[in-house]
Design a protein around this ligand. Structure first.
Ligand SMILES: Cc1cc2nc3c(=O)[nH]c(=O)nc-3n(C[C@H](O)[C@H](O)[C@H](O)COP(=O)(O)OP(=O)(O)OC[C@H]3O[C@@H](n4cnc5c(N)ncnc54)[C@H](O)[C@@H]3O)c2cc1C
Length: 453
């Protein structure tokens, strides 16, 4: 019997599950109220990284003086930047639609809600449609969290979604929230030449990250003139003519032309009528899942941001793939459980930051013996050739067996270089496996081999 598999949400979790399950023989329907590609393509990863790439080109152009070139300050053309973002989004969207259609996946445009544990209703542009299923995946993602003390106006008080690009480049901007998204926006706007203030609720940007890693970033921010307001929580934001006034809980007040909220996200569970499917939701609005991404209903899965695991596109896509395997009964053969502790992640600042696996602080907290080796990029020929000696590679291994347990990289191409350590962590490789690989010269990965020595 052909499995009727319905997927709500066409982001990375939904579209990966769809293509893979269809390839395995399921009859797949994806219901999407916006565009397939999801928030990841429309609002998050793709537009933010496109803006950051342009900002990065600008800040690189400020450093080319040391490379035997004459330095000229480039200017941003907001309309050109906007069309570049739209072109990239459109191309990626077309690629996904083509892939889904080539696998005979049916895409239904509309908003879905459950009507029973085995059916959904779609309110679409073409009317209402009821669809029955044998298995369903909830992959509805998340949206920016808006606190009750602030009302974004899309003009000067912005959520991240209002920034691709903003109507005008801010002369000054206050970013509220110093997690991954917050620091990426600080980097982005300061590269474009805005005066940036970052409200940091703790004493360190990127709370929870390796303090040594966070220190490199803070140092770079300070060198660029970014003001760090540490130990302050924003409690009110108001407009005052052409300015935004941000008040903090310790009495400090910041004025800037714009403010950007980057204080996390909330899951899109509302409106799904999950009670009709008898699917449980936790207090934060996420849908609890087991290691196969199954909810409390044996035939209903949840993946991506909605599942409350790591809110990363890469994780959502891998969960989607695992769901497809389970729906099609492949989990009994060669199934590897997803190990969220081994997910690599990156922060697209300058310098770039990436890490994977066990962190020093975590090992310390559980009293685990580790070996930590750190090599600065400045020791490699390629960093000097690139005119960018910032950052380092750190590898964490088991002192007894040499097994690679984790690592962090700060510096140019960190997001690419971390793949080597991620592979080593996933495949239980040893530091000697990295040392004995014949790597390229001159290249930044030589610091990897040296750190593994
Ligand atoms: C600013 C920012 C930058 C980011 N950058 C990165 C990055 O560089 N790398 C990375 O790995 N992650 C990044 N992330 C995180 C990443 O965007 C998310 O983890 C990812 O989008 C989650 O994918 P998803 O499939 O769960 O959902 P989404 O991508 O959110 O897609 C969910 C889809 O479901 C649809 N939907 C919702 N409800 C319904 C309904 N009732 N009926 C029909 N359709 C519905 C929505 O329209 C949406 O298209 C970033 C996040 C932010 C906020």
């Amino acid at each position: 019997m052909t499995v009727r598999f319905v997927i709500i949400g066409g982001g990375p979790a939904g579209n990966q599950a769809a293509t893979y399950a269809a390839r395995l023989g399921a009859k797949v329907t994806v219901i999407e109220r916006d565009i397939v590609g999801g928030a990841a393509h429309l609002w998050d990863c793709i537009p933010s990284k496109t803006m950051i790439a342009t900002g990065g080109a600008m800040s690189f152009s400020r450093r080319i003086g040391g490379m035997g070139l004459e330095q000229n300050e480039p200017e941003v053309d907001i309309e050109l930047l906007k069309s570049r973002i739209e072109d990239i989004k459109a191309l990626l969207h077309r690629n996904i639609v083509t892939l889904l259609e080539s696998q005979r996946v049916r895409i239904v445009n509309g908003s879905a809600r459950f009507t029973s544990p085995y059916s959904v209703r779609v309110d679409g542009l073409d009317g209402v449609e009821d669809i029955e299923f044998d298995a369903a995946l909830i992959a509805t993602g998340s949206r920016p969290r808006i606190p009750d003390w602030c009302e974004p106006d899309g003009d000067r008080i912005l959520t991240t979604r209002d920034c691709y690009p903003p109507k005008v480049l801010p002369t000054s901007v206050t970013v509220i929230g110093s997690g991954v998204t917050g620091v990426e926006f600080v980097h982005m706007f300061s590269s474009f030449g805005s005066n940036v203030t970052l409200v940091v609720s703790r004493q360190q940007v990127l709370p929870g990250k390796d303090p040594e890693v966070a220190a490199v970033l803070e140092d770079d921010f300070l060198k660029r003139g970014v003001k760090l307001l540490k130990g302050a929580r924003a409690i009110a934001i108001d407009r005052d003519a052409d300015e935004v006034v941000i008040r903090c809980d310790d009495g400090r007040v910041v004025r800037s032309s714009h403010a950007v909220l980057a204080i996390g996200s909330v899951p899109n569970t509302d409106g799904l009528d999950l009670d009709k499917a008898e699917v449980e939701v936790d207090a934060s609005g996420h849908i609890p899942i087991n290691h196969h991404c199954i909810t409390n209903q044996h035939h209903i899965y949840a993946a991506g941001d909605i599942s409350g695991k790591l809110p990363l596109s890469s994780v959502a896509a891998m969960q989607g793939r695992k769901v497809a395997e389970h729906v099609m009964g492949l989990h009994t053969v060669e199934h590897r459980h997803l190990d969220y502790d081994k997910a690599a992640s990156a922060i697209f600042t300058e310098p770039e930051i990436a890490d994977v696996g066990l962190a020093e602080a975590e090992a310390f907290a559980v009293g685990r013996k580790i070996r930590v080796t750190k090599v600065p990029f400045a020791t490699t020929a390629k960093a000097l050739i690139n005119n960018d000696p910032r950052g380092f590679i750190k590898i964490i291994s088991d002192p007894a067996t040499g097994e690679v347990l984790g690592g962090s990289i700060v510096g140019r191409h960190a997001a690419e270089l971390i793949s080597v350590i991620a592979l080593a962590v996933t495949a239980n490789l040893r530091v000697s496996d990295i040392v004995e690989s014949l790597l390229v010269h001159p290249a930044l990965c030589e610091a990897l081999a040296e750190a593994a020595e």
